[in-house]
Design a protein around this ligand. Sequence first.
Ligand code: NAD
Length: 486
Amino acid sequence: MTSTSESPASLGRNLIEGRWQAAASGETIACFNPSSGSQIGSAPASSAADVDRAVSAARRSFESGAWTARAPNWRAQILQKVAALIDQQADEIAQLETRDNGMPITLARALVATGAETFRYFSGWCTKIRGETVQISAPGDFHAYTLREPAGVAALITPWNVPFTMACNKIATALTAGCSAILKPAEETPLSALMLGDILMQAGVPEGVINIVCGRGNVAGAALAAHPDVDKISFTGSTDVGRKIVVAAAGNLKRVSLELGGKSPVLVFPDADLDQAAAGIARGIFSNSGQACIAGSRIFVHQKIHDELAARLAVIARQMKVGDGFEAGVNLGPLISQRQLDRVSGLVAEGVRDGSQVIVGGNRPDRPGYFFEPTILTAPRPGARILREEIFGPVANLIPFTDIDDVVRQANDTQYGLAAAIWTRDIGIAHRLARRVKAGNIWLNCQLVVDRSMAFGGYKQSGWGRENGLEGLEAFLQTKSVYAAL
Ligand code: NAD
């Protein structure tokens, strides 16, 4: 696959079998800059027919062995080329991401760099996928061994909050395992994934191995999830849609991995370094305007330091510059859409009706775009909706506690289990609580640290399976046992 002169125009078209194509229906979905609400482009509104073409292309490429049967070190080199091309085009990608998603350009640049790093990390695994020889006890003389083989044709479905990073993660892992794949980016933010498609072509990924089909979740996403020729789904998004994916996958019993929502607890003890804790907690909830599955939105703080932490968080929140991601010094961009803004402001209003008081924020700034102030609320009545539902906005509740067993119970009192943070200088408490809190990622005296060499995923209804690291790669592999009679 090589880059073509039509590549720049490819933004706004699907990538199927190495060619940029409009949706069969010709229909498109407009893309908006959430900082202004103005249209910045469009992407195909793909239907089941487009999905079918992409799946057929992926299947043909998979069965041809054009990627999967090539030498692992050749595949590693291609992934490294992808990383180098991302680095070369980093600024252009970051600018597109900020226009499409709204995030501050500094964050977009950092996330694009992590995308390149993900391809570099996984390139190292290409040459290290191995089975094992096994001494078996069956009567007779056998040479028995296992082969690690790719899962086949994979559907990759991603959300809008960190679009480029997520596309890199899933594509790099699928390619490393030797799968062919179809990526369906979120309809709100499809553009940077199309740039990645162009880069994959430039790097020499064979045609049909990675296909990108844009469109609405309930049309293109649903068709992909139900498609009988897709072997595996890797989905990141809301828990509600995760359930639909599981149902749709049941038709041909696809293998499913799910990275879903969160309502992550943060536990702050009186001996914590409050300067560090306040800065980390603020970052943990306000980063990307709280549109992070791992956002720490339930802050349990020991009664003794409740008011002190509240005051410090208020100072940090007031100092934050809310605005267009391209404005100098902005560290809080808009929410993704009017719908998300309505949801966040609705949940805050309901939280106040349920007894919360506003410590800081709580309003929409008076400007165009979908902005919401960084907001900290006191505790509402127990069981209030704002404490149970994922907000996906820059909003957290501060909840006082006095008893350690009680706070562990409250931290675990949620359907989610994606992440949790514990701030204390007492290493005994820290490590004991790391065991007792039911979440897939635990941060001790830090927040939002995610590294691709560590498994990432959720307990309970935050997901199935893990991404990143060897476990993430294994989700795209299957094991074949071979018995050879000697
Ligand atoms: P969403 O579930 O609405 O959409 C995610 C993707 O699924 C989109 O591409 C969408 O088009 C598609 N989709 C929607 N309906 C579908 C259907 N019926 N069949 C197949 N695909 C369908 O999520 P969102 O609003 O885009 O993103 C926010 C959510 O993502 C939050 O809940 C957040 O916690 C979660 N998230 C999780 C992680 C994680 O790693 N655990 C990371 C980021 C975001």
